[in-house]
Write a protein that binds this ligand. Structure first.
Ligand code: NAG
Ligand code: NAG
Ligand code: NAG
Ligand code: NAG
Ligand code: NAG
Length: 224
């Protein structure tokens, strides 16, 4: 008796936890034309979809970087587990960062919206180590850097990555990086011309994926 009451209680809490009925959601895939200065965060509020769901369907390299005015974005259907955060690259207090990039590349090509601090975060290296090799006037590390410059990166020596060719059809660089043991900054550095607006809807972009990036020894020095 007692056991069956408990069982029923368990069932009730189970159903309320997974109460989402997909057929009650808006399943329409929409299109959205980006207005001047709008970010994915703005568009997420306007369309009632979450940042990472929008970024992934549009294979945006980085959900934080600015969009192009008037570009067409695909608006995903609503989902039971909307995701506003797991594709974002954020600083966690207490996190540790490396002082060099494992396996390459040796340069990073600056994008619209980048700051020196954010580039270091994307590469999972300390700001100080990037400042020491980037070769430029970076007195304000939170100011947007000039677009289209190659910054030199500190490299761990000896270290290595493996490389794959791949077709990028869904997700963000951070999603891929977390899966394969690299960083979104390394993927960006190796694919400097990637621009999600150049890729037709439903098509994938061909890119070079560094993965399994590791130190190759115990006596590591930083070279640049
Ligand atoms: C459902 O989503 C589409 C695409 O974003 C949107 O155009 C439409 O207005 C939404 N419908 C409702 C009832 O909210
Ligand atoms: C998602 O993130 C954006 C930007 O940070 C914020 O404005 C919005 O309220 C968030 N949505 C939810 C449901 O948390
Ligand atoms: C970042 O670097 C630190 C220190 O080397 C390491 O412990 C951590 O796993 C790295 N994180 C990522 C996402 O690569
Ligand atoms: C991507 O391409 C569009 C259209 O050519 C251009 O306006 C935009 O500036 C490019 N974005 C980046 C980050 O290069
Ligand atoms: C570590 O490597 C550096 C640079 O290659 C070399 O000068 C140094 O002697 C090495 N140290 C040890 C303990 O092997």
């Amino acid at each position: 008796m007692k056991a069956s009451v408990l069982f029923q209680l368990a069932l009730v809490s189970l159903t309320s936890a997974s109460q989402c009925d997909p057929s009650s959601l808006n399943q329409t895939v929409g299109t959205y034309y980006v207005k001047d200065g709008e970010s994915i965060a703005h568009i997420s509020r306007t369309t009632n979809r979450r940042i990472c769901d929008i970024a992934r369907l549009n294979r945006v390299a980085d959900a934080m970087l600015p969009l192009t005015t008037e570009e067409e974005l695909v608006i995903p259907p609503e989902v039971c587990q909307p995701d506003n955060s797991t594709c974002l690259i954020t600083h966690h207090p207490g996190a540790t960062y490396a002082d060099c990039v494992k396996g390459g590349p040796h340069t990073y090509y600056t994008l619209k919206g980048d700051t020196l601090r954010y580039i270091a975060l994307k590469l999972n290296i300390t700001l100080e180590s990037l400042e020491s090799t980037a070769q430029g006037d970076f007195s304000d590390v939170d100011a947007e850097v000039q677009v289209g410059d190659f910054l030199k990166l500190p490299q761990c020596s000896p270290s290595a990555c493996s490389f794959h060719s791949m077709t990028f059809t869904y997700g963000t660089y951070k999603d891929i990086a977390d899966r394969v043991g690299t960083t979104s900054g390394q993927i960006m550095g190796l694919n400097p011309t990637y621009n999600h607006t150049d890729v037709g809807r439903g098509e994938g972009a061909v890119m070079t994926l560094p993965h399994s990036c590791e130190l190759a020894g115990s006596n590591i020095t930083v070279i640049s």
